[in-house]
Ligand binder design. Structure first.
Ligand SMILES: [Fe+2]
Ligand SMILES: [Fe+2]
Length: 230
């Protein structure tokens, strides 16, 4: 189990980052600007218009791997949906294109036989992720927003649970091909790409955990309270 202190509104943002720099992509997914000075988490969230309870729940959960169920009372499922929607935009509009560009720059002309397979694996991964996010944006998130305003629907969060596949098989294929067969004599750029790929995999995993472990039980609870559970 990971050991981490629990962060509160009054803690310094720089301390949070120094605790575990893997939190940086999460700050990025919240669209938090840099230039932290001595600002606290509360200052930064207020300035950026971020729901502080969602922020604390997400970062403490990612840092510690533990969830204090009592924290869920302070946030709504729609707040979490807003964060997850921003995360989808972050991956599709920023992270994936950024990695793709680095990958293209790292390809060695003398491997023209393997190079197309490498870009194909990456593109297939992105298109899988696109499809996965699209289902959530088109079906799941609107359902949750409507449920919160009392609208009836034939859908239920149980269906989402059944649909919610792991994302990442193609990414593993890509990492394997590079690690096992890409014997370039100038590997520095490709090492950077590998770090990007491993980080991206971790980010996607934490995104999925938030959907499975936080969002889904919250919505199931809403369904029970509103008497719409199936
Ligand atoms: Fe998602
Ligand atoms: Fe998902």
């Amino acid at each position: 189990m990971k050991i981490s202190r629990i962060f509160t509104a009054k803690d310094n943002v720089i301390d949070l980052i120094n605790e575990d720099y893997n939190i940086l992509p999460v700050l990025s997914r919240f669209s938090i600007p840099l230039g932290f000075g001595n600002k606290t988490i509360e200052d930064v969230c207020n300035n950026a218009g971020i729901n502080i309870n969602v922020f604390l729940l997400v970062i403490n959960y990612i840092l510690s791997g533990n969830l204090d169920k009592s924290d869920l009372r302070h946030i709504s499922a729609t707040d979490l949906v807003d964060f997850l929607h921003n995360s989808h935009d972050y991956f599709l509009l920023y992270k994936f294109p950024h990695i793709r560009q680095n990958l293209l720059n790292a390809l060695d002309d003398s491997y023209s036989d393997v190079n197309p397979m490498i870009t194909r694996f990456f593109d297939e991964y992105v298109s899988q992720a696109h499809e996965h996010f699209e289902y959530e944006e088109r079906v799941v998130f609107p359902y949750i927003r409507n449920l919160s305003t009392g609208e009836k629907s034939n859908y239920s969060i149980e269906e989402f649970k059944k649909h919610h596949d792991e994302l990442g098989e193609k990414l593993s294929d890509l990492k394997n091909v590079i690690l096992r067969y890409y014997t370039t004599s100038m590997p520095n750029k490709m090492y950077d790409v590998l770090v990007d790929l491993f980080n991206c995999e971790l980010d996607i995993k934490s995104h999925t955990i938030i959907e499975d472990e936080l969002l889904t039980p919250m919505v199931a609870d809403m369904e029970c309270k509103k008497g719409t559970a199936k």
